[in-house]
Design a protein around this ligand. Sequence first.
Ligand code: MLT
Length: 328
Amino acid sequence: MKPILAFAISAVLATGAYAQNFPSKPITFVVPFAAGGPTDLVARHLAEAMRKPLGGNANIVVENAAGAGGTIAGTKVARATPDGHTLLVWHIGFAATTSLYRKQQFDPLKDFEFLGMINDVPMTLLGSTKLNANTYRDFEAYIRANGGKLNLAHAGLGSASHICGLMWQHAVKLDKSMTTIAYRGTGPAMNDLVGGQVDVMCDQTTNTTGQIEAGRVKAFAVTTAQRLNQHKLLKDYPSLQEMGLKNFNLTIWHGLYAPKGTPPEVTKKLNDALQVALQDPEFIKRQEELGALVVTDKRKTPEGHRDFVRAEVAKLKQVIDAAGQYAD
Ligand code: MLT
């Protein structure tokens, strides 16, 4: 953007009248993944739930800018006019990009306003039905004995399953690491796990519960610190922490972001609307149907969201650097 134009825009945005009339045109939620996937559904449900608290007639549209591990969407929003009308909905990959892409176009901690976290989505560690193991203990022993011959699938660099696979391998410290196979999305990765062409995958419950229920894959553990006691299907699976992986705690969370420099009165309006959405029974129900839990703690505030993401950036950097799996 030319400096004079940028100056003129920021002068307009700084006026109280701008914030008062916000939103003055449709808001776009930019999503870094394809339509129909978990992040897309979270964004679409949130768009519906935030419409009313933003003034009844607010129009929120979802734009899918998939590719490059989410960085196409991230770059687009980081460079958008900071007027509150272009926002980003992204999962944990937002915190991983800074380590995965050493030549990236934006800094998650410096180039965005944090509007609040939306949800947590637990993960499940899965194996093909061909694996000779039925419990997590058998599974881990089998992997230790056969690691070098086995494959771990994920849905592409920066995907939920990539991050979970890295974290689990980092925590379990195998002597011989598995061969990692990157697919173009969860669908093809899951198909090959079901077909037994690959052996192991760790993915969001949103993607896995149907397959587990149908007996097409074996589930061995959940990645949350505790068991999912409230979950009808997954309540009997142990957590990885319970299985001896000290401090293992991973959920795929989604957050809402605006470009850096969005006026505080506008970010406040957006966070207020998010907080209303997070208490909307219909939104909560739709998230639960996806296997997601709506955030109720201080991470729903901009400050709590930023503090949490800062800690996640540091945690993921350790894991990605240890694996040496970079995207560039
Ligand atoms: C992922 O694996 O990260 C997801 O499939 C992304 C999504 O579509 O929400």
